[in-house]
Design a binder for this molecule. Structure first.
Ligand code: MF3
Ligand code: CO
Length: 252
């Protein structure tokens, strides 16, 4: 079932999302060579709690996972695309770092992620990050009542093609609000006019994940997901409400 949120409920998710946006900005400010992922996790957790929210990922058990997740952010590097654990690993020049975080405030979840290249980057890595950022922008343009959910995936896929990169297979966006993961799946590929019709009041976490390699993933021992061929990967994510006037980004 795809939930329809009232304008008041959407405002609530926006308040959760505003804290998340600022938490991610605080994390971003600290990203530098030599900083550990654990330090970034501490910043996010402390910031969110100071603002009266709860880190949504902490103690959350993703579907199919064997254990609850024991950190406030996911910090995924290079070929690792999602659910990388914030360890004592020290950031190195050239790392493509994805930070994903969620906030629970007043019963409402928000979910957002960004990618950043640490220190010196290659043209290939820059192109991938640009493509993924653009894919989210293009996806947002498709979000309005009357469009189909396939229009979102189609926009992501087309953008990937345009930049000569590929869509990560098997990982998707999702509905979000009362739950961190709700219906529907928001695929990063698809055809125009296919899938459910978008209605005002739906709230989605839209999260294009693109890669330089072929797109197949495998799960590592720490339950993170990585590109099977070792290619680079990038992700951007916003929590977005569909309003009569179009997309309202709730995590900025
Ligand atoms: N944003 C992540 C996703 O949509 C949520 C990670 S939950 C965690 O998959 F518990 F694994 F952190
Ligand atoms: Co998500």
């Amino acid at each position: 079932m795809v939930r329809i949120y009232t304008p008041e409920e959407i405002d609530k998710i926006a308040r959760s999302g505003a804290i998340l946006a600022r938490a991610l900005a605080a994390v971003k400010e600290k990203i530098a060579i030599g900083v550990t992922l654990k330090q970034l996790d501490d910043i996010a957790r402390e910031f969110i709690r100071k603002e009266g929210g709860e880190p949504a990922f902490l103690n959350y058990q993703p579907h199919g996972a064997e254990h609850p997740y024991m950190a406030s952010i996911c910090a995924s590097i290079n070929e690792v695309i999602v659910h990388g654990f914030p360890t004592e690993y020290k950031l190195k020049s050239g790392d493509i770092l994805k930070i994903d975080c969620g906030v629970l405030l007043d019963g409402m979840y928000s979910d957002s992620a960004f990618t950043i290249i640490v220190g010196k980057s290659t043209v290939k890595a820059q192109n991938l990050v640009k493509a993924t950022h653009k894919a989210l922008e293009e996806a947002i343009k498709e979000i309005k009542p009357g469009n189909h959910i396939g229009d979102i995936g189609c926009a992501v896929e087309k953008t990937a093609k345009r930049y000569g990169v590929h869509v990560v297979q098997g990982l998707t966006g999702h509905g979000v609000g009362y739950g961190l993961h709700e219906d529907p799946y928001v695929y990063n590929y698809g055809n125009k006019g296919e899938g459910i019709v978008l209605k005002a009041g739906m709230v989605f976490a839209v999260e294009p994940m693109l890669c330089t390699g072929r797109g197949q993933v495998r799960q590592l021992r720490d339950e993170s997901w990585a590109m099977e061929d070792g290619g680079l990967s990038a992700q951007f994510e916003h929590t977005i409400a569909i309003t009569e006037k179009g997309a309202r980004v709730l995590t900025k």
